[in-house]
Ligand binder design. Structure first.
Ligand code: AMP
Length: 374
C-alpha cells in the first residue's frame, strides 16, 4: 500500500517533493488554503480560509507521515500532528529556524561563526547597537522574514528613526553587524531516520532585489577545506536538532572563512539544480528521509546553474532551445517579484556553463534575472 506524506504548505517546494516521490509509489496531501496553490494538482488539498482545527484534523487523518515545505507556519500545527503521527523534521528544527534569535543562540552554542548582533526591543536599543557594533548594521525582524523582506540597512545614525518607523511594529528585531562577504554560499544536507547524513556541494548564490536570482554548483574556485568546514557546521546543527530530512545552511564566505547567516529546515531554492545535476535530488532525498528509506547519492555529475524565473514567463521554446537546459514551471500567474519557475542548465565545464547561462539570459523576459559578474 502506498504511504501518504502530508505536507504543510502547498507551494512549489511541495510540488517538487511530490514529483520526486510518485516514482517511489508515495502519495501526497497538502495543507494550504489557496485552491490554486502549485501543489494542488498533485494530491488532495486541505485547509479552509481560517485554517480551522477541523480542517487541520481532516488533513492529519488523510496521511501517514508529515513534513513541511515552509517555515513560517505555527509550531502548534506540527505539535498537533505529532500527538498522533510522525512529523519530520521535528518541531525543534522549525522553532529554531523561524526565529533569528534562536538561530543565533544555536550557532553560538555550536561554535559556528556568525555576525555579531544586538537584540532590539525599543528605538533606543538601536543607538546601543550602533555604539556596540558600529555601522552599517542590517536590522531584521526576528520572525517571518524571507527574501530580504523585513530588513533595513542602517548606514548612519540619522536613519535610526526611519528604521524604527519601518520595523518598530514588528519587535523583537535583531541588528547585525554588516558582513563584508566575498560571496554568498549555501550547503544542503539530508539526514535519514537512522542518522545517516549526506551533503550536496556548496552552491554560490546571487541575489537581486533580495530574491535569489541564480545559483552555480559546485561553487567555482572552491577549496576543499571550505566544503569540509560547511559540512562540519551543518552536521553539528543536524545532530543538535535531531533533524530528519533536508536542512539548508546559508553562509557568507569572508576573508576570514565561513560565517553562518541562517538555516531553513527544508528543501531550498539553491538546491533546485539537483533535480538534473545530482545523482539524487534534494526533493527525492527529503521524501526518502521522511518515508524512512535509505538516502541516495548527493554526488553532482557536472557543473550546474539554476536560474529563477521571476515575475514573467519566458518562451518555453526559447529556453529549451539552449543545450542541456531544463524548464520547471510552477503553475503560477505572473506578478512582480514572484517566483514562477526555474531553469537548470548543466555543462561539462564552467566556461561552457557560463556560455549557456548567457544564452538563457538573452531569452529571459526579465533583464535583471542574470548577473554574471563573478
Ligand atoms: P537574510 O534574510 O538573513 O537571508 O538576508 C537577506 C540578504 O541580506 C542576504 O542574502 C544577504 O545578501 C544580506 N544580508 C543579510 N544579513 C547580512 C549581514 N549581516 N551583512 C551583510 N549582508 C547581509
Amino acid at each position: 500500500m502506498s504511504l501518504r506524506i502530508g505536507v504543510l504548505g502547498g507551494g512549489q517546494l511541495g510540488r517538487m517533493m511530490a514529483l520526486a516521490g510518485y516514482p517511489l509509489n508515495l502519495s501526497f496531501a497538502f495543507f494550504d488554503k489557496a485552491v490554486d496553490c502549485p501543489s494542488a494538482a498533485l494530491g488532495p488539498r486541505f485547509g479552509d480560509d481560517t485554517y480551522s482545527e477541523a480542517s487541520l484534523q481532516a488533513f492529519i487523518d488523510s496521511a501517514d507521515v508529515f513534513t513541511y515545505e515552509f517555515e513560517n507556519i505555527p509550531t502548534g500545527w506540527v505539535e498537533a500532528i505529532a500527538k498522533s503521527k510522525p512529523v519530520y523534521p521535528g518541531v525543534k528544527s522549525l522553532a529554531v529556524s523561524q526565529n533569528r534569535l534562536n538561530e543565533k543562540q544555536l550557532f553560538s552554542a555550536l561554535n559556528i561563526p556568525s555576525a555579531r548582533y544586538h537584540e532590539i526591543r525599543a528605538e533606543s536599543d538601536l543607538n546601543d547597537a550602533v555604539a556596540a557594533l558600529g555601522l552599517p548594521l542590517v536590522v531584521k525582524t526576528v520572525t517571518e522574514g524571507y527574501d530580504g523582506k523585513g530588513q533595513f540597512l542602517l548606514r548612519d545614525a540619522t536613519q535610526i528613526s526611519a528604521c524604527w518607523q519601518k520595523l518598530g511594529a514588528h519587535v523583537p528585531l535583531i541588528a547585525e553587524e554588516f558582513i563584508q562577504f566575498k560571496r554568498e554560499l549555501s550547503i544542503i544536507a539530508v539526514r535519514g531516520q537512522d542518522g545517516a547524513t549526506l551533503f550536496y556541494p556548496l552552491a554560490e548564490n546571487h541575489h537581486h532585489g533580495g530574491i535569489l536570482s541564480h545559483s552555480i554548483v559546485p561553487a567555482p574556485h572552491l577549496d576543499e577545506n571550505t566544503q569540509l568546514t560547511a559540512e562540519r557546521y551543518i552536521s553539528s546543527i543536524l545532530r543538535e536538532l535531531g533533524h530528519v530530512g533536508v536542512l539548508t545552511l546559508e553562509l557568507f564566505e569572508t576573508r576570514h572563512g565561513l560565517m553562518a547567516n541562517e538555516t531553513a529546515p527544508r528543501v531550498h531554492n539553491s538546491g533546485h539544480w539537483s533535480i538534473e545535476g545530482a545523482h539524487s535530488s534534494q526533493f527525492e532525498n527529503h521524501v526518502r528521509a521522511v518515508a524512512g528509506l535509505p538516502l541516495g547519492s548527493t554526488r553532482a555529475e557536472k557543473p550546474s546553474a539554476m536560474i529563477n524565473i521571476i515575475g514573467k514567463h519566458p518562451s518555453a521554446h526559447d529556453v529549451l532551445n539552449v543545450t542541456d537546459a531544463h524548464l520547471h514551471l510552477y503553475g503560477k500567474s505572473e506578478r512582480d517579484g514572484r517566483k514562477l519557475g526555474h531553469i537548470t542548465v548543466t555543462a561539462d565545464s564552467y566556461p561552457e556553463l557560463e556560455m549557456r547561462m548567457s544564452r538563457l539570459a538573452e531569452v529571459l523576459p526579465n533583464p535583471m534575472a542574470l548577473n554574471l559578474s563573478r
